[in-house]
Design a protein around this ligand. Structure first.
Ligand SMILES: [Ca+2]
Length: 323
């Protein structure tokens, strides 16, 4: 076959072989065709499939970001400085004043104080300033096709198509991170379908451009994941010498009075209150670093992002914003 090709075409063909990455373009189109079948089987309308699951090119940037080796892991102290800095605190306080009515509405409706809604908004996207410019459908299709977590991303892609199908946003405006986290609070499409709400009454749950919907959606997420209205998230403590490392985990929950009996004290050296509210001890940098006693609402923040760096920073920023 090669012998019968004119030389120029043969050369082009050989160059294509060299230039093509491990996944050939053809493979993606075969995959995309199968995806159209899966979407139809999941009940996505033909119009949405036609508008969104043709003429996609996998995002090489998303693949590169997915494969990027993690940088040297930051310590919590470094992370906290980057995430809960004075600039962000000032901006957050200003935004609470600017959007007081909308935040107050979400707070009263869902029982989540405005400083937590704004802290999540600040840490996720710098208050909507950094929401990610990727097409969510392209990003999710790329990740699903790439195959490392195909099942997860295929499910998220179906969820994204359901959102488009329901008319909340058109596909071309559905922007997010390279991994498909969307809008000002970076909901994955499955989280959007489970927790996003329309607080403006226009029928659209808009977490991209409508701040009232962003605030209500964030508060609803926390409420549905067990937020206890009126409770704090936690506070900084000191651990006694010889405190067992095995007890430092959000998984061990004991009454505050138990921790008091173990010698855990407030950062000022005072005894903890004799209360039976359940609490855990966390120390994101390990036993030599800062330690915190954390309550139910901290566990709820960890449902959003399973990281003690993240949850502790959200709590600390919220405390600053409330001042
Ligand atoms: Ca709306």
């Amino acid at each position: 076959m090669l012998r019968s090709m004119p030389q120029k075409i043969l050369l082009t063909f050989l160059l294509m072989l060299i230039a093509t990455p491990s996944h050939a373009r053809q493979d993606f189109n075969v995959w995309l065709k199968e995806m159209r079948g899966k979407a139809a089987a999941a009940g996505i309308s033909q119009a949405t499939i036609n508008a969104n699951l043709y003429n996609i090119t996998p995002s090489q940037t998303a693949i590169r970001l997915d494969k990027k080796q993690p940088e040297v892991k930051k310590t919590f102290a470094q992370y906290k400085t980057a995430v809960v800095n004075q600039n962000r605190i000032n901006k957050g306080r200003k935004l609470i004043r600017e959007h007081y009515t909308a935040l107050d509405y979400a707070e009263k409706k869902y029982g989540v104080p405005k400083q937590f809604i704004v802290a999540l908004w600040g840490i996720e996207t710098n208050f909507g300033g950094n929401t990610g410019g990727f097409s969510v459908v392209t990003a999710l299709a790329t990740m699903a096709w790439e195959g490392r977590r195909e099942e997860f991303f295929t499910k998220e892609l179906i969820n994204a198509l359901q959102i488009i199908d329901a008319g909340h946003i058109v596909g071309s405006n559905m922007k997010g991170s390279w991994a498909g986290a969307m809008g000002q609070n970076q909901f994955m499409p499955s989280s959007f379908n489970a927790y996003a709400v329309d607080c403006t009454g226009d029928g659209k749950r808009d977490i991209w451009k409508t701040k009232r919907d962003v605030f209500c959606s964030t508060a609803n997420y926390l409420k549905k994941n067990g937020w206890n209205t009126g409770e704090r998230w936690g506070r900084r403590v000191t651990l006694p010498a010889g405190f067992s490392k095995s007890m430092i985990t959000p998984k061990i929950k004991k009454p505050i009075s138990y921790w008091a009996s173990q010698g855990v004290r407030t950062i000022n050296g005072n005894a903890l209150p004799q209360e039976n509210m359940m609490a855990s001890i966390v120390a994101p940098d390990g036993i030599g670093g800062e330690a915190y006693i954390v309550y139910n609402n901290y566990q709820t923040i960890m449902d959003w992002n399973r990281s003690t760096y993240f949850a502790t920073s959200v709590g600390l920023l919220a405390d600053q914003l409330a001042r």
